[in-house]
Write a new protein. Structure first.
Length: 349
């Protein structure tokens, strides 16, 4: 079998992703030639958000290297090439979610370059179904903690220290606001509006709000000051001593032993995840609790799970999480324990 010729430019696919034809031909070619402004908006729609471009770049590079190694054509790729790549990823094995992300990257790249995408072919769908059955449909998900577990973690913090004040605010605000870690690290002090009824957090942009329209979250006062996300966030802002700039930042050692001072350096998403794991997965002596495996994403899924168990409506929950569909509430709630969460225990027999 004679291998297909691989375009030389494919070696630079990760950067090519940001450069698409001014007038996409295969996808929406009639619209692209209808009027200049229509073509412009079509192009923006195809490109998507900047973070999507970055997220897919590594996957596209991997696909390109695979095609180079096996003498296959990556662009336009045929169904057999993509199916072979997916099968090899499954055999490594890669997680099902990772494989589907690679598929999405290949699909998006074909769209951007104006080629028909092979991703939605019926034959490929059968291959993916087989991979799904083999790897299993259940994805590794962040577990949900209880309110009491969160409170216990807060009690262990030394809030006489700068680190303790910061981490208490991070945990409580992250949970009560159902924040993603990307949203937490992007928060600035000026995004916070303290009122008598609640703390209003003005989100300039989020995963579900790529257009950057104004989006607010309300975080309410708690009866106990030590567990109040509003009071604890205010205490951290007072510790920062400024009205603008990043909210959650790294610390540096002070001149006095044991002293730590806030910097202007924003915490990374990785560091936020590490702090959540540190405080929620360890006991008072700092030992890892084997059965606990909480992560930063647990802040969000725990809010949803607790809200569902307390009878909150999906509409109320979505007001805080900013999710668009009820299906996402079901996906994020952690009610898989067949014994703990089952209507059969309340039949009145």
């Amino acid at each position: 079998m004679i291998p297909k010729v691989i375009p030389a430019t494919f070696a630079h696919m990760s950067t090519e992703l940001t450069r698409i034809p001014d007038q996409p031909q295969a996808l929406g070619s009639q619209l692209a030639t209808a009027a200049d402004n229509v073509a412009r908006y079509l192009k923006l729609g195809l490109e998507g958000a900047d973070n999507t471009v970055l997220a897919y770049s590594a996957d596209l590079k991997s696909f390109g290297e695979y095609c180079t190694l096996h003498g296959l054509c990556p662009l336009p790729a045929d169904v057999a090439t993509v199916a072979r790549y997916m099968a090899d990823l499954a055999d490594i094995p890669r997680k099902l979610s990772t494989i589907k992300r690679h598929l999405a990257a290949i699909h998006k790249h074909h769209q951007l370059r104006g080629y028909p995408s092979p991703v939605h072919a019926d034959e490929l769908a059968l291959v993916i179904e087989g991979i799904t059955r083999t790897l299993g449909k259940r994805q590794k998900q962040a577990p949900a903690f209880t309110v009491e577990e969160l409170k216990e973690s807060i009690r262990r913090l030394d809030v006489t220290t700068t680190a303790g004040l910061r981490d208490r605010a991070l945990l409580l605000l992250g949970f009560a606001g159902a924040f993603r870690r990307s949203e937490l690290v992007a928060l600035n002090v000026e995004h916070l509006e303290f009122t008598e009824r609640a703390l209003i957090v003005h989100l300039p942009k989020s995963k579900t709000n790529q257009a950057g329209e104004a989006e607010d979250k309300a975080v309410f006062y708690a009866a106990t000051a030590a567990f109040c996300p509003v009071r604890c966030t205010r205490a951290w802002v007072q510790q920062l001593g400024r009205s603008t700039g990043p909210l959650f930042v790294s610390l540096k050692r002070g001149k006095v032993k044991g002293e730590a001072l806030p910097t202007q350096k924003r915490l990374s998403a990785l560091r936020v995840n590490g702090l959540v794991q540190l405080h929620l997965n360890h006991d008072e002596e700092g030992h890892k609790i084997p059965e606990k495996n909480y992560s930063a994403h647990s802040l969000r899924v725990s809010f949803i799970t607790v809200s569902v168990l307390r009878g909150q409506s999906n509409r109320f929950i979505k007001n805080q999480t900013k999710q668009k569909t009820d299906a996402m509430i079901d996906r994020y709630s952690r009610l898989d324990d067949v014994v703990s969460f089952n209507a059969a225990q309340n039949l009145g027999l």
